[in-house]
Write a protein that binds this ligand. Structure first.
Ligand code: BTN
Length: 328
C-alpha cells in the first residue's frame, strides 16, 4: 500500500483504538486525519471494503465494531510500543515462505527489526527441512530480521531468546503458561504450539543478518491439523477455549523481543539463560537426543552460556548437543 494511504489508515485505526469501542465523531476524525468530512466518509468506506465493520450514526460519528480476520501492517503497527521491532512491516496475504522474503529483504539492506508476515504460507519451512503447515488466517507466520554484532557461535542464543519472548507474550495475552523444549519448541500440555527457525546470512565469522522465523498455531480448530499432527500439535485457541487476537499477540511478541534483545546486547546472555531455564521442561530429566551423528541418551543438565544443551550420559560424560531432535 502506498505510504500516505497507509498512514491515513494507521491514524484512523489509532483513533478507533483510543476510543475504546465508543463512537468517534466525524469532526474528531477529520481533525486527526487533517481532511474534510467528505474525505473521512471515503476513508471509512475504504476500511469497510477491507473487511472492517464500521457503524455510522448521525450526530454520533463512527464506531469500529469488528476488524477483519486478515492481518494488516497498519493494524499491527497501531498501538505498537516498540522503537525498532516491527517498525517496518512487510505484509502479504499468501506467500510460499516468509523466510524467503526476509532473506531477500535482508540482502537488500532492510533495517533491523523489519518483520515479514503473511496470513498463509504455501511452502512453510520447519527445522531439518520439514514442512511447516501454515493454513490461512489461523496462525502467526512471521520472520524477523536482526542484525546483531555477535560472533557466529553465539547466534543459537537468539533462538532461545526468541522462545522466551514468545512464551512471555503468550502468557500475557492468553493466560496460558507454555513451556520450552530445547532448543525451540514451545509446548502446551505436552503438544507443540510454536516452532522457531533461525537462519543466518553470514560469512567467515561475521554475521550480516539473523532471520528468525516464528510459526505460532493460534486459532486452529482440531480439524485444521493434518492427521499426522493431530496428536502432537495444538493451538492457543484449543488450549484457551476461545479465539485469540493474532494482532495483540504479535504486538506483545515484538515488545518482549525488543526488550530481551536490547538487554541481551548490553548485558549478555546470562539473564536470558536464567529465564529460559525457568520455562524449560526437559531439565533434570532423562531424554533422547537424535543428532545427525547418532542418538544419545542422557540427563539434560541445562544449557551453557552459548545456548548449547548439556547432556550427561550413563558413564558420567557431559556431551554438548548443538543440534538435535529431543524426545522426553
Ligand atoms: C520448526 O520446525 O519447529 C520451526 C518452524 C518455523 C516456521 C516458521 S513460520 C514463519 C517462518 N517461515 C517459514 O517458512 N518458516 C518459519
Amino acid at each position: 500500500m502506498e505510504q500516505s494511504k497507509r498512514n491515513v489508515k494507521l491514524r484512523l485505526l489509532e483513533a478507533f483504538a483510543e476510543s475504546d469501542q465508543e463512537f468517534v465523531s466525524g469532526q474528531k476524525i477529520s481533525e486527526v486525519l487533517g481532511c474534510s468530512r467528505t474525505a473521512v466518509w471515503k476513508h471509512i468506506e475504504t476500511l469497510r471494503k477491507e473487511g472492517y465493520e464500521v457503524e455510522a450514526v448521525r450526530r454520533m460519528g463512527y464506531r469500529l465494531i469488528k476488524k477483519p480476520e486478515a492481518l494488516s501492517a497498519a493494524e499491527i503497527q497501531s498501538s505498537l510500543s516498540t522503537s525498532f521491532m516491527g517498525q517496518a512491516v512487510h505484509y502479504e496475504k499468501s506467500v510460499p515462505s516468509t523466510q524467503k522474503i526476509a532473506h531477500q529483504l535482508a540482502g537488500e539492506g532492510a533495517s533491523e527489526g523489519t518483520i515479514v508476515i503473511a496470513d498463509e504460507q504455501t511452502e512453510g519451512r520447519g527445522r531439518l527441512s520439514r514442512v511447516w503447515h501454515s493454513p490461512v488466517n489461523t496462525g502467526i507466520w512471521m520472520s524477523c530480521i536482526l542484525k546483531p554484532k555477535i560472533p557466529l557461535s553465539q547466534t543459537p542464543q537468539l533462538t532461545l531468546l526468541t522462545a522466551v519472548a514468545i512464551v512471555q507474550a503468550i502468557e500475557e495475552t492468553t493466560g496460558i503458561l507454555p513451556s520450552i523444549k530445547w532448543p525451540n519448541d514451545i509446548l502446551i500440555n505436552g503438544k507443540k504450539a510454536v516452532g522457531i527457525l533461525t537462519e543466518l546470512q553470514a560469512e567467515a565469522d561475521s554475521v550480516h543478518s539473523v532471520i528468525i522465523g516464528m510459526g505460532i498455531n493460534v486459532n486452529q480448530e482440531a480439524r485444521d491439523f493434518p492427521d499426522a499432527l493431530k496428536t502432537i500439535a495444538t493451538s492457543l485457541k484449543l488450549e484457551a477455549g476461545n479465539d485469540i487476537s493474532r494482532t495483540s499477540l504479535i504486538q506483545a511478541i515484538l515488545y518482549n523481543l525488543e526488550q530481551l534483545y536490547t538487554a541481551y546486547l548490553s548485558a549478555g546472555f546470562h539473564p536470558v539463560k536464567l529465564l529460559w531455564e525457568s520455562y524449560a521442561v526437559s531439565l533434570g530429566r532423562e531424554i533422547k537426543a537424535r543428532t545427525l551423528q547418532g542418538t544419545i541418551y542422557g540427563k539434560a543438565l541445562g544449557i551453557n552460556d552459548e545456548g548449547v544443551l548439556l547432556l550427561q550420559t550413563a558413564d558420567g560424560t557431559v556431551e554438548k548437543i548443538y543440534s538435535a531432535d529431543i524426545e522426553l
